[in-house]
Design a protein around this ligand. Structure first.
Ligand SMILES: C[C@@](CO)(OP(=O)(O)O)[C@H](O)COP(=O)(O)OP(=O)(O)OC[C@H]1O[C@@H](n2ccc(N)nc2=O)[C@H](O)[C@@H]1O
Ligand SMILES: Nc1ncnc2c1ncn2[C@@H]1O[C@H](COP(=O)(O)OP(=O)(O)O)[C@@H](O)[C@H]1O
Length: 295
């Protein structure tokens, strides 16, 4: 086997209810998560040692050493499965780092899918066993719409209609621990027990609009530009909901059609050339994330 390529889609928290806090400080979440068709690209090739090279338009500032989540994931997998081989890993960063769309966690998950193929490990250990890499890693292992509980380890797949979206990062970094610390109430209501069966994007967006991202207000307190961005997204023609993902600062706008989402992206690109802007339909990215062998 020469080289295997894979894709690490952006994770989007459509909702993020913070429902409590554990004794160790971690927060309990009730979050509806989905994935975007935009993301990072990885490849793995056989080698005696583990190594990582980082390239791509968003590579600046992303660690290339052992602190990169890709290498941490590879080491943890090798240790768990008693693997004595290495891998030459490349990571092409297209997602902005530290921006609430789980780039590092999705990279780690993609590396695990690729290394499982390279090292002949099928199946992978359960998602929860990769929680030591970060609360977001288990939910990224299968890039499907899911309702996430606990601190990120309770995963329940859900059915959502495809959701056309615009994603925008205004090029400011907000640190996840600081946002959680700035959250005034740690005990907030969860989402309703069960999700309705949505007839289409419009119905789903109406329901989402009645839910929350509890980290949005504390993130805005730390970085007021997020409120401005949300107001501008909300004013776009056809925008049905504008909300922040994760601990920010990336925000998403939802539309009923891909044409409306793409038109909004073009308008934003012309107005904010320095910002990170992407559009696409949110949903199951399993097929796109499937590892593929290359000669
Ligand atoms: C907020 C979320 C929502 O999906 O996404 P991002 O904004 O990172 O994308 C995640 O819970 C982030 O997951 P991740 O970034 O992997 O978190 P970790 O590395 O485990 O933790 C970083 C820090 O966030 C806080 N943290 C994280 C998760 C959680 N359930 N409670 C917390 O309090 C803790 O302060 C922790 O020290
Ligand atoms: N593969 C990676 N890609 C991006 N950041 C990484 C990676 N590995 C480690 N990091 C570190 O993890 C931090 C969080 O990055 P990321 O997962 O993109 O953010 P978020 O948790 O907000 O979605 C960054 O500040 C970066 O230093």
């Amino acid at each position: 086997m020469s080289r295997i390529e894979g894709f690490a889609p952006a994770k989007i928290n459509l909702t993020l209810h913070v429902t409590g806090q554990r004794a160790d400080g971690y927060h309990l979440l009730d979050s509806l998560v989905t994935f975007a068709p935009v993301g990072d690209r990885l490849s793995v090739a056989p080698a005696d040692e583990l190594s990582l090279g980082v390239t791509g338009p968003e590579a600046a500032g992303v660690p290339e050493d052992g602190s990169n989540l890709v290498l941490r994931a590879a080491r943890l997998l090798a240790e768990k499965q008693d693997i004595r081989r290495g891998a030459r890993i490349t990571l092409e960063k297209c997602l902005p780092a530290a921006s609430g769309i789980g780039g590092g966690s999705s990279d780690a998950a993609a590396a695990l899918r690729l290394l499982a193929r390279l090292w002949g490990l099928d199946p992978l250990p359960p998602p929860q066993s990769f929680a030591p890499l970060g609360a977001d890693v288990p939910m990224c292992l299968a890039p499907v719409p899911q309702r996430v509980g606990g601190i990120g380890e309770e995963l329940r797949p859900v059915t959502l209609p495809p959701l056309p979206a615009l994603l925008v990062n205004p090029r400011i970094e907000v640190a996840t621990p600081a946002v959680f610390r700035a959250l005034a109430s740690k005990t907030n209501p969860p989402m309703p027990d069960s999700l309705p069966a949505f007839a289409g994007a419009g119905e789903c967006i109406d329901w989402l609009a009645a839910q929350r991202n509890d980290l949005q207000a504390p993130a805005i307190a730390l970085a007021p530009v997020i409120a401005e961005l949300l107001a501008r997204l909300g004013a776009l023609p056809g925008c049905r909901l504008a909300r922040m993902s994760g601990s920010g600062a990336t925000c998403f706008a939802l539309f009923e059609t891909p044409v409306a989402a793409e038109a909004a992206a073009e308008r934003f690109r012309a107005t904010y050339p320095g910002w990170w802007i992407a559009s696409g339909t949110l949903g199951d990215q399993t097929q796109k994330a499937q590892p593929a062998s290359r000669a």
